[in-house]
Design a protein around this ligand. Structure first.
Ligand code: GRG
Length: 315
């Protein structure tokens, strides 16, 4: 098992597909390191955490962490922790979202959802425990890396923890989910739909970008604003494409139940704008993301490639 992801400095010569593949397969080893083994009591809970977190998903958020880390020379050990932490929060949100009290879905990442495979109480605890594990993973003391011998690591970790907590909480992902649940069957304006997705999906994607950056050299005001604009554009694009795929792809391709938004009478970009205008919007957002990165030059190549992936993805 690939326990460590290669140092980011060695990656730019790789093709995008190889870079992505290295991080995706490397994340298996990283998550394996930070999740409790099934030999530890309670074995069933640890097994269920691994069932849902390992070997699945596109790992978009870890990819964003590593891509932003390349721009700001963030130490690899910190990137791995940030990538694992943001993925754990994401996985917890999927487990809870799939439960009968929320979206009530039976298929996720091509497998039965946790409450179907195990039971509802286990699904609740898996989400709770993954969220706690995310913060433990990001907060554990780190040795300074050679060439990064500065004493600000704990301060950077503290800022990263605060960012992740805000992104996951009531003014971030949980807040967006609350708006989503309250909006079923309602007619939303485009601005209201955008506000919901900025919180529900966008907050964690933004956190992934900023976590990768915050772990490295200090950001100035322009760099922060540029990353924020990039994160806004890809966060929205991610959701627009999600709505397009939900309306056009099949469940086997998506690994989750397709056509669910319409069946649940949920407002989406496709239901408000139609398919063609939604596709045009995703393209415009891709352009916004690229423009936001202009000042970072070649170092932001992976962030640009990820914006393209988010808009062109088929799953
Ligand atoms: C339950 C607190 C709480 C929040 C749930 C993220 C979320 C909020 C719900 C998921 C519902 C959903 C399908 C949202 C659309 C966008 C999205 C987050 C899709 C899933 O993310 P991917 O495509 O999934 O990155 P993988 O499996 O590839 O990691």
């Amino acid at each position: 098992m690939n326990a460590h992801i290669a140092a980011t400095g060695a990656l730019p010569s790789l093709t995008f597909a190889d870079w992505m593949g290295q991080i995706q397969s490397g994340m298996e080893g990283v998550l394996d390191r930070f999740l409790a083994p099934t030999s530890v009591v309670p074995a069933r809970l640890h097994e269920a955490m691994r069932y849902t977190a390992m070997d699945g998903g596109k790992r978009v958020r870890p990819l964003l962490v590593f891509a932003a880390g390349e721009v700001f020379d963030t130490p690899r050990a910190l990137l791995e922790r940030a990538a694992a932490a943001v993925e754990m929060i994401h996985v917890y949100s999927l487990v809870h979202d799939d439960m009968p009290c929320m979206d009530d879905d039976a298929l996720r990442r091509g497998k039965p959802t946790v409450h179907v495979q195990y039971d509802e109480a286990t699904a609740l605890l898996v989400g709770d425990a993954l969220q706690a594990q995310a913060f433990e993973t990001l907060s554990a003391p780190l040795e300074a890396e050679p060439g990064h011998g500065d004493s600000s690591l704990p301060l950077r970790q503290l800022r990263m923890l605060q960012l992740l907590a805000q992104a996951a909480g009531s003014v971030g992902m949980c807040g967006g989910q609350a708006i989503d649940l309250a909006s079923v069957g309602m007619t939303l304006s485009l601005a209201e739909l955008e506000q919901m997705h900025r919180l529900k999906t966008g907050a964690l994607l933004r956190a992934a970008v900023l976590l990768g950056a915050l772990g490295g050299k200090a950001l100035d005001r322009e760099e922060s604003a540029a990353l924020d604009e990039y994160a806004r554009a890809i966060g929205l694009a991610f959701q627009v494409v999600d709505d397009i795929l939900d309306a056009t792809a099949d469940s086997a391709t998506l690994g989750k139940t397709a056509g669910k938004d319409a069946a649940d009478n949920k407002p989406t970009y496709v239901s408000i704008l139609g398919l063609a205008e939604s596709q045009a919007l995703a393209e415009r957002l891709r352009g916004d993301a690229h423009r936001a990165l202009a000042a970072f030059g070649e170092k932001a190549r992976r962030l640009r490639e990820l914006a393209d992936l988010i808009v062109q993805r088929k799953t």
